[in-house]
Design a protein around this ligand. Structure first.
Ligand code: SAM
Length: 344
């Protein structure tokens, strides 16, 4: 059919423009536009430009782009320049101190994922992450050799993990009835954000967060104001060290970082630490979902780590090799799906 369908053209245009929209969001977030308009709503472009130390021309373009994307509202005034304020979306997710702020993750997208994605062709050709091309760093282990080599990059990464875990944690923690488990170990639990959601949702559960020493030493910067003595931290390497004993092992965004061989090493160690009835709870976005989210996230893992996203049946199959069965999946419609398997 040679007829040009506007709907098709629009779909392709949206895809071609996706990166411009992402970068406009990242730039406004990086320049703290949403924080500024939260503390001082209704500024015009010149006032915003002065505060964020940017050109008036560039700021006008950026603010209008944010209006077109539904992140800002502009208030027209007769014979005067428009004034800008945050939309509800920006208030809830984009200002840096909002309870469900994604500011930390957006900074990681802008400073790490964006440069990695500019080498996506190489990532696809080579089947490997692109830290060397993007940042000039050869890394055998992306966490220990790259993210945790600089305090600034480490904190940015931890902030990014923290922000997503806060948004998705409750949906994951409440996906299953966990009342029979008394002790959990959140392997690679980073800042503890997920662990706190588990103890909030399950009054009888204590959670040990297990992560690398470089992370655990910074974790107190992320503790909530109301500390919970059912959350504790242990430093170690889950590939090398003994795992803390627990009835339930949580793996949130861990397995997608690693190739199958390393996933099997970790699952073997967990299986050895488990008695029958213990469980593994995996929080990942499952491939073959309804939206492109998980497939795009898999490209992200390709460009950033040694891993990839996997389907539910792949996880079930991998777990069955270590004696786990009776699997259940809950599609939370939040960032992460929840998957549980019981040690037989
Ligand atoms: N589970 C957290 C979440 O969902 O927000 C963080 C996920 S992050 C993608 C991966 C985590 O695994 C990081 O906190 C990292 O420090 C941790 N990690 C990586 N390698 C590790 C290792 N060898 N031993 C322990 N933790 C490790």
């Amino acid at each position: 059919d040679s007829e040009l369908k506007n709907q098709d053209l629009q779909k392709i245009t949206e895809l071609m423009d996706g990166f411009k929209a992402s970068k406009a969001l990242f730039t406004a977030s990086e320049l703290c536009v949403f924080d500024l308009l939260h503390s001082r709503p209704r500024l015009d472009a010149a006032q915003v430009a002065q505060e964020i130390k940017a050109s008036v021309k560039g700021t006008e373009c950026l603010l209008e782009a944010c209006v077109s994307l539904g992140l800002l509202k502009s208030k027209e005034r007769p014979c005067q320049k428009p004034m800008y304020e945050n939309t509800d979306l920006a208030v809830r997710f984009l200002r840096s101190d909002a309870p469900f702020s994604l500011h930390g993750y957006i900074q990681h997208c802008n400073n790490t994922i964006w440069p990695l994605f500019s080498h996506l062709e190489s990532a696809v050709r080579e089947g490997t992450n692109q830290h060397e091309k993007a940042f000039g760093k050869i890394s055998k282990d992306v966490f220990q050799d790259t993210y945790y080599n600089s305090q600034e990059v480490k904190l940015r990464f931890m902030n990014a993990m923290h922000s997503i875990a806060k948004v998705t944690g409750k949906a994951v923690a409440t996906a299953f009835d966990l009342s029979r488990y008394k002790t959990a170990c959140d392997l690679g639990g980073c800042t503890g954000a997920m662990a706190y959601e588990f103890t909030k949702a399950h009054p009888g559960l204590s959670v040990t967060v297990f992560d690398l020493p470089a992370v655990v030493e910074m974790s107190e910067h992320f503790h909530p104001l109301q500390k919970d003595n059912r959350v504790s931290f242990v430093a170690g390497d889950f590939f090398k060290d003994e795992l803390p004993k627990a009835d339930l092992y949580i793996l949130a965004r861990i397995l997608h970082d690693w190739p199958d061989e390393k996933v099997h090493i970790l699952l073997r160690k967990i299986a050895d630490a488990c008695t029958p009835g213990c469980a593994v709870l995996i929080a990942e976005t499952m491939l073959a979902g309804q939206t492109p989210y998980s497939a795009l996230q898999s490209l992200n893992m390709l460009a950033q780590t040694e891993g990839q996203e996997r389907t539910e049946s792949k996880y079930a199959n991998m777990l069955s090799k270590h004696g786990f069965g009776n699997t259940h999946v809950v599609h939370t419609k939040n960032f992460l799906d929840a998957f549980i398997a019981i040690k037989m």
